[in-house]
Structure formats: C-alpha cells, structure tokens
Design a protein around this ligand. Structure first.
Ligand SMILES: Nc1ncnc2c1ncn2[C@@H]1O[C@H](COP(=O)(O)OP(=O)(O)OP(=O)(O)O)[C@@H](O)[C@H]1O
Ligand SMILES: [Mg+2]
Length: 276
C-alpha cells in the first residue's frame, strides 16, 4: 500500500512503574486497512491502543498521526515536554475509540449519547449534532431506539450505540478494544456484523480481539503480540494457517485444532485488499 500512514508508531515503548509493557513497537496503518491485535492477556494490546491516542502516555519513541507527533513537543528532542491538551486533542482528531465497556452516559438518551461529543467536543450546533447522531445510529441499525435510555438496551445494542458515537465523529481511524468481550455470547454476532460491515465499507480500523475466527475473516493484517512485543504480523491467511513462531502456534492451538478449510473463515472477507 502507498500513501502516508494515518498512524505510525516508531520504536514506541511504555512502562508501568518498573515494568516494561511495550517494547519498541514499529507499526504503520494506512487507509483502508483492518488491523487486528491478538495475543495473550497482558501482552499489551489495550496499552498499544491507548498509546495510539495518548489516553496513556508512551515513554519512548514516537506516535505520528498523519505525520504529526502526538503527545509531545519538539520532535527528536530529549527530554520531551508533554504537549498542551488542546494540541493533543487536535492531533488525534482523526481517531475515535470504542471501549470494551461501552462507556455510555446513563442519564442521556441514546441519541444524546451520540450527539453529546459533537456538541461538547466539536462544537456543532445542537440540530446538526442530532442530525449526524441519527444518521450514525441508522448506520448501526439502532435508529428505532434513539429515545431509549442505555439501561433499557442489551449489551450488544449498547455497544452498537457506542460504535455509532465513534462513527458520528467521522474518524479516519477507528480503534476498538475487545468490543465484544463484555457481551453475552448471543449478542456477540450483532456487534461483529456491524464491524464487518464497516470493514467492507473501507473504514480503517485497529482492533484488539480474542475472536480469532472474526480476525481471520475480516483483517487485512493480523499482529500477534506477546509480552509487549510484536512477535509476528501478516495477512490472516498466512498468520493463521502457517504460524512461524512456537509462541503463536501455542496461542492458536485452542482455536484452530483443525486446519481452516478453504471455505472457512480465512477465505471470507477476501474482497478487501490484502494488507502490507
Ligand atoms: N494502569 C496500569 N497500571 C499498571 N499496569 C498496567 C496498567 N494497565 C496495564 N498494565 C499492565 O500492562 C500489561 C499489558 O496490559 P494490557 O491491558 O495492555 O494487556 P492486554 O493485551 O490488553 O490484555 P487483555 O487481553 O487481558 O485485555 C499487563 O502486564 C498489565 O498488568
Ligand atoms: Mg486488553
């Protein structure tokens, strides 16, 4: 793929206390890619996503969003000064994030939940924010629940509203952190369907997930992390069918006891361009 990456990580490292949790990661994501992060619990998937939009400050290296340094002033200078909050917000404007726990405001209706960031963050007039929010809700099949309270929705419906809230910001890159792992099993599919549709529409995404079949089906690129490092990355048909490292083989064993069939998950979703 060509063109400037939407986001680029160069040698990104992160510590929590004395523990190194990200180990000099290099990663570039370009328009139209669907990158999934897989790996054992504690391998650093959430931390990468949070460093990508500076919800967590990274300690070394650089995160560039459309070529602009995120979080610090003085590119290449050490020690670095943390950037002003307003400038950080401006640099990360092309990004939106969907969390595991939805994070909807319980005292706002579904429509108001989606419209609020447009009014408060983007300073859109109320009527324009509500119009955009309604369109985003329609996008995820939730238009008919616009006046409901979040507490009256199932987990799957709440997560679809959370996705609508992110989409209403018209992001160029959507970050999703295990968007289905807090859901009852019967609610997982409806959320994966929404994400799959977004992927097919060409939305650029980075998603941490434990849903291996889904990752195999929709990703243009899969990144396997362990202990804060990228161990392997590549097109899903390679990574899932021919894992190179013993670590990835061991990690995948419970999901892929039998080899994937040609008409299996990895063969679906191949109407998207292959990553890398
Ligand atoms: N706020 C924090 N303070 C201290 N340590 C943290 C914090 N957040 C994460 N960690 C540690 O950083 C490491 C990476 O955690 P992270 O949440 O990124 O993993 P993960 O791959 O997302 O795991 P999971 O699959 O369970 O969501 C872990 O060792 C974790 O204990
Ligand atoms: Mg996580």
């Amino acid at each position: 793929m060509t063109g400037q990456p939407i986001i680029e990580l160069r040698g990104v490292g992160k510590w929590f206390g004395g523990q190194r949790v990200l180990n000099r990661l290099d990663l570039a994501v370009r328009v139209g890619e669907m990158v999934t992060l897989i790996g054992p619990s504690g391998s650093g998937k959430t931390t990468v996503l949070r460093c990508m939009n500076f919800l967590d400050a990274y300690d070394e290296g650089e995160v560039l969003i459309k070529g602009r340094l995120l979080g610090y002033r003085g590119q290449g200078r050490q020690p670095r000064d943390r950037d002003r909050a307003a400038h950080i917000a401006e640099v990360r404007r092309p990004l939106a994030m969907v969390f595991q726990q939805f994070n909807l405001w319980p005292h706002l209706s579904v429509l108001e939940n989606v419209a609020a960031p447009l009014i408060l963050g983007k300073r859109l007039p109320r009527h324009e924010a509500r119009r955009r929010a309604a369109a985003a809700l329609a996008h995820v099949g939730m238009a008919d629940r616009a006046t409901a309270w979040p507490s009256r929705l199932s987990g799957g419906q709440q997560q679809r509203v959370a996705i609508a809230r992110a989409l209403a910001l018209e992001p160029e890159l959507l970050l999703l952190d295990e968007p289905t792992s807090a859901l009852d099993p019967e609610r997982v599919e409806e959320v994966l369907d929404v994400i799959n549709a977004l992927a097919r529409q060409g939305m650029t995404m980075v998603m941490a997930t434990h849903e291996m079949c889904f990752a195999a089906a929709v990703s243009t690129r899969v990144i396997f992390m362990a202990e804060g490092s990228i161990v392997e990355s590549g097109a899903p048909e390679n990574l899932f069918r021919r894992p190179a490292s013993a670590r990835l083989k061991t990690f995948l064993a419970p999901w892929f006891k039998r080899p994937l069939q040609d008409d299996g998950p990895a063969a679906r979703g191949n109407d998207r361009a292959a990553g890398e």
